[in-house]
Every structure is written in C-alpha cells, then in structure tokens.
Design a protein around this ligand. Structure first.
Ligand SMILES: Cc1cc2nc3c(=O)[nH]c(=O)nc-3n(C[C@H](O)[C@H](O)[C@H](O)COP(=O)(O)OP(=O)(O)OC[C@H]3O[C@@H](n4cnc5c(N)ncnc54)[C@H](O)[C@@H]3O)c2cc1C
Length: 423
C-alpha cells in the first residue's frame, strides 16, 4: 500500500474531561452516565445524530431476556433502569408477568421488552444531558494521540474540522474498536452475515393498529439482506461484511439498499411506506478487544473472582455467565478500555456478551472502573476490581449468580428457546 505523510496543525479544545466516551450506543450511554453519577466530568462523542446506537439508530429495539427463563431476574443495574426508561414514554411490549418487575411465581415467560427506538433515543438525550454528560453529536473520534500505550487525547472531527480533545480515561464503545485499533491495542475483527432490517408501515398494519388501538402494530419489518445470527440464508455470492473496512461498508449499503428496492418496488405505492432505514450498519461483531480474558461458551456456570456482572443466555434457558473485568482491558494500556459489543468473547460467547442488557452492564462497569482508577490515581488496567465490584453492587448489579439457580442435572439444562436467532 502507498502511504502519504502529512502533518497538520490541529486546534486544541480548551476543555478536558475525566472520562471521554467514544460512541453513544447503550454501552457508551451507560459508561458516561455512570461517570457523571460518580461525580466525574464526562463527554460522549457520537458520530450520528442520536443516542442508542444499534438499539435505536440501528432499529434493534428489543431487550433480550434479562432472566433465567424460569422467572428469576438476573440482569439488573443500568440495564433494568434503561429497560424501564425505554418503555416509559413510547409504546411498549412487555410480558404481563414482568410488568411490575420480578414475578411472584416462577414463569417460563421471559423478561423482554420491545420499545420505540426514536422515542427512547430522544428520552435518553434528555436524561443524559440533565445528568450532566456533555454530548457531541455528528462528531467522529478519528484517532487517539498516544504516548506509548497511554492516550493523551483524541482527534475528533465534526463540522469545525479536526480538533484535539484532552481527557484522562478513554472508553472505546464505538463497537468498531476505532480507538483501540488505532492505539495499537490487540483486537479481533469479526465477520458479519448479510442483514438489513428496516421499519415500514402498510395499510393493513395501520388498520390492525387502529382496530387494536395500539400504534406499535402499525410498524412492520421489511429487509434487504435477511440472514440470521447463525448465518442461515447467507447467499454464497455475498461476502461477509467487515464493520472496520470502508469499502466493505460501502458495498454493504449499496448491496442492501438495492436488494430492498428490488423487493419493494412493485408493491402498490399507496399501500406501503418505509418509515425508517437503519442509520448505521447492522454489523453484530465488527471488532473486539483481545482482552486479558476471552469469554467462551463453556464458561457457563463458572464463577469469576473478577466478575463485574452476571448475565443469562438469550437463547438458552438456565444458562448463566459471569463477565470477568478482564474482558474489557488489555494490560499495559492504562487509560483505554472497552465495553458493549467490543468486550472479549469468542464464537457464540461474543453474541452472549454483545446484546443490549450485557452491553449496558459492561458499559456501567467500565464507567465505574474509570472513576475508581481516577480516584485511586492508578491505571484502568490495574484498578482494584473489588472497588469496581463494590460500585457495581451499590448500583444494583448482580455480581455473582446464585448457585441455587444452577440446574442439578446440567445435561438437562439449557432448553433452547429457539426464537431469538435474529439477534
Ligand atoms: C442484526 C442485529 C440484531 C440484533 N438483535 C438484538 C436483539 O434483538 N436484542 C438485543 O438485545 N441485541 C440485539 N443485537 C445486539 C445489540 O443491538 C448490540 O450489540 C448492542 O446494541 C451494542 O451496543 P454498543 O453500545 O456496544 O454498540 P453500538 O450500538 O454499535 O454503538 C456504537 C455507537 O458508536 C458510534 N460510533 C461508531 N464509531 C464512532 C466513532 N469513530 N466516533 C464516534 N462515534 C462512533 C455509533 O454511531 C454508535 O452510536 C442485534 C444486533 C444486530 C446487528
């Protein structure tokens, strides 16, 4: 490859933040909120024009189960707070059993919630800015400025052009590892199947909504590519997409919008409207940290001393995991860490980690870790995990699952739900 060497004088922004969060998806929102709630200054930099990332802008408006599939809630903390918040102002689909929180009786009905992505996004903005998070929209973090493995600040690019922004701790929750990759942190790049799900309305769906008096029934799905989590339906002639590659992402949008157009162009004009295209690529696994520990699917039912939160498995009843803090850091990098869909998991374990509720809990953990490290004047890679756990617990996160929830006969656990393969 040919390279250009180029130097440029970049304005330095006057302000500096304790915690700089790159990416305003659910993990980033959780990290920034946690930092300001702990009394630190935090800025959240988002390349699009709304909060929520894939959960809102990417039209993935469903919290996967936060319970064990037997009626016991596992995931709490900010995930619980965000779920409740997501259904407060817009339409909501939440099972009756879970409407008022933990059910009194055991139930196999899962604790899930579907919400209005746009209303959730604007409610989040109100919530976050009221809490004191500084937000830069329409601004991309383009590169970290490194001194060895220490990040001095980041180059951001908005309409004012490139600027240098100083900070103390940097959380890469871009989902694509934009800071980590450019900082020289070891990362793993993921392959992505072809999916492009959009929201539409039809005369039929609107009629149904009016009949039922429920606006959510007006919105129906349409798609360009429609490949599931396990690759079912991936056409042989369509490449796997790479969220970290400009050409691949351009091809992804070209291919999928053409495909969608072919599918809808002959439908009667007066009977169907596409109301929202995804504002970002629906890549599940773009880039993750090669962390100090990598979660494996066989880690089910294992306790970790450095767990920062317990989670379930959205596909399989009973299965329980703990997320070690080491999924979020790489030793030697003292002020960069990650969360959300860039936490370290391999294969299906990456899927277990990246979905909305665990992404929120890792975001919360990394926010707490950044603050604890600043308070102790140490690196985020060396912070006291006991202190992070203490803060997580005080914020209602379940750190270790209860062994009483582990099935006696593991051979018979994990009955497959078999209906979340689209996540
Ligand atoms: C097709 C599909 C279906 C899914 N289904 C479900 C489901 O049903 N339920 C569920 O719980 N989960 C589901 N998921 C997973 C879930 O939506 C995501 O993994 C989760 O929302 C990730 O949150 P995040 O904050 O880690 O990352 P993201 O939501 O990706 O947020 C990253 C944010 O960073 C911004 N950004 C990126 N680069 C930069 C940069 N350089 N500078 C500034 N900002 C930047 C982006 O615009 C985005 O807002 C699905 C995912 C996909 C792709």
């Amino acid at each position: 490859m040919e390279y250009l060497e180029y130097s440029e004088k970049i304005p330095v922004r006057a302000e500096s933040y304790d915690v700089v969060v790159a990416g305003g998806g659910v993990a980033g929102v959780a990290a920034a909120l946690t930092a300001v709630r702990s009394g630190k200054s935090a800025v959240l930099i988002e390349k699009s024009t709304m909060l929520g990332g894939l959960a809102t802008l990417g039209l993935i408006n469903l919290f996967v189960p936060m319970c064990n599939g037997r009626g016991t809630q596992i995931i709490f903390g900010l995930a619980e707070e965000f779920l409740r918040f997501s259904i407060k102002y817009g339409w909501a689909i939440i099972p009756d059993e879970w409407k008022d929180g933990q059910p009194k009786q055991p139930t196999e009905q899962r604790y899930i919630a579907r919400f209005s992505p746009n209303i959730f996004a604007i409610a989040l903005l109100q919530f976050l800015s009221d809490a004191g998070v500084k937000i830069f929209f329409d601004t991309q973090v383009t590169a970290p400025v490194m001194e060895g493995k220490h990040c001095k600040g980041v180059i951001i690019q908005g309409k004012s052009g490139r600027e240098f922004l100083r900070g103390k701790m940097f959380i890469d929750v871009t989902g694509d590892g934009d800071i980590m990759r450019r900082a020289g942190m070891p990362v793993v790049i993921g392959d992505n199947f072809d999916i492009y799900a959009v929201k539409a309305i039809t005369l039929e769906s609107c009629k149904k909504a009016v009949e039922l008096g429920r606006i959510e029934y007006a919105v129906v799905g349409r798609s360009g590519g429609g490949v599931n989590l396990y690759g079912k339906g991936q056409p042989a002639d369509v490449p796997l997409w790479h969220g970290t590659d400009t050409d691949s992402m351009n091809e992804y949008f070209l291919h999928n919008q053409k495909l969608l157009f072919q599918k809808i162009k002959d439908e009667p004009n007066e009977a169907m409207e596409i109301v929202t295209l995804p504002g970002m690529p629906q890549t599940r696994t773009s880039c993750r940290i090669d962390g100090e520990y990598t979660l494996h699917v066989d880690d089910a039912y294992k306790h970790f001393d450095d767990s920062i939160g317990a989670i379930g498995d959205f596909e399989r009843r009973d299965f329980l995991y703990e997320m070690p803090y080491r999924l979020l850091i790489h030793y030697g990098f003292d002020n960069i860490a990650t969360a959300g869909r860039s936490a370290a998991g391999v294969g299906y374990a990456w899927d277990i980690l990246r979905v909305i509720p665990p992404a929120i809990i890792t975001g919360q953990a990394v926010g707490n870790a950044a603050c604890a490290a600043l308070d102790a004047n140490t690196g985020i890679d060396r912070v006291s995990v006991a202190e992070v756990q203490k803060r997580q617990s005080q914020q209602n996160v379940m750190i270790h699952f209860d062994d009483a929830l582990v099935p006696k006969d593991l051979k018979h656990s994990g009955e497959h739900f078999n209906n979340f393969d689209h996540v």
